[in-house]
Ligand binder design. Structure first.
Ligand code: TMP
Ligand code: ASP
Length: 237
């Protein structure tokens, strides 16, 4: 049962439950880009992202990757373990797109010979600057051992997701992971959805993710629905 609100972010609201070890994460229709500077709403966005995230977390758990996912409370509300979030955005990249093509002389579409793991400090105030092991340790937000574990989990997850999405006719140029600590363990937290991944249609190369909103490429609700049809066809039955 949902109790009082703990925190409201840009796309999700977190509620307490009777059990301090469990929280409810509600996926909303609001969306932002560019550190919250661009804002909008998209019908059913929360629903599609919640359902896609559910499916991915269940699949990762089956593959032996620990996540914060516990179950669904409703179509848009996920029951999750209360974790201590490590404020680092971990971004596995397979094909160059987005900020890496703006910050470095790397052309969009360049296929990386091996996945590139980018770490950013999660902070709208500082504009998500580059993070690495030494900075994380200096800031006391993570230990060397934790960052090593996070990197190896991110690489493993990348291998699993790349294959999973390729089977659904998507290329996966990159995606963002967040990790948390619970009971001395590192688990995948937050969400894995159209807001946090780049999906390119395998045949047309078209964006089927939040880049639609970031760069005004079309109808976000319709696009997310198309993704949901491939990932969670059961919700349309
Ligand atoms: P970027 O190219 O803008 O750095 O984004 C890399 C990936 O991370 C992309 O799949 C979108 C995702 N992402 C988030 O989930 N949250 C963010 O705040 C940003 C900037 C990117
Ligand atoms: N989520 C980030 C923001 O609100 C940015 C992004 O996804 O592009 O600003």
């Amino acid at each position: 049962m949902k109790k009082e609100e703990l925190y409201s972010g840009k796309a999700k609201t977190i509620y307490k439950t009777e059990d301090p070890a469990k929280l409810i994460s509600e996926f909303r229709d609001s969306l932002t880009a560019f550190d919250g500077k661009k804002k909008s709403e998209a019908k059913n966005k929360g629903y599609f992202n919640a359902q896609i995230s559910k499916k991915i977390f269940e699949m990762l758990e089956e593959e032996g990757i620990p996540t914060h996912y516990l179950g669904m409370e409703s179509d848009t509300e996920m029951l999750v373990r209360a974790v201590e979030i490590i404020p680092i955005e971990v971004i596995p990249r397979n094909i160059a797109a987005g900020s890496i093509t703006r910050k470095y002389p790397i052309k969009e579409g360049t296929v990386f010979k091996k996945p590139v793991i980018v770490l950013d400090y999660k902070s709208d105030e500082y504009g998500d600057p580059m993070m690495n092991e030494d900075i994380a340790v200096a800031m006391e937000i993570a230990t060397y051992e934790e960052i090593e574990q996070i990197r190896s989990m991110a690489l493993k997850i990348n291998g699993i997701l790349k294959k999973y999405f390729e089977d659904k006719e998507f290329l996966l140029p990159d995606f963002k992971l967040e990790f948390g600590r619970v009971d001395g363990k590192i688990v995948v937290a937050d969400e894995i959805s159209c807001d946090t991944c780049r999906f390119w249609d395998k045949s047309t190369g078209e964006s089927m993710d939040k880049d639609i909103f970031r760069f005004d490429k079309g109808d976000l609700s319709k696009t997310y629905e198309e993704v949901a049809k491939r990932i969670v066809p059961e919700i349309f039955e």
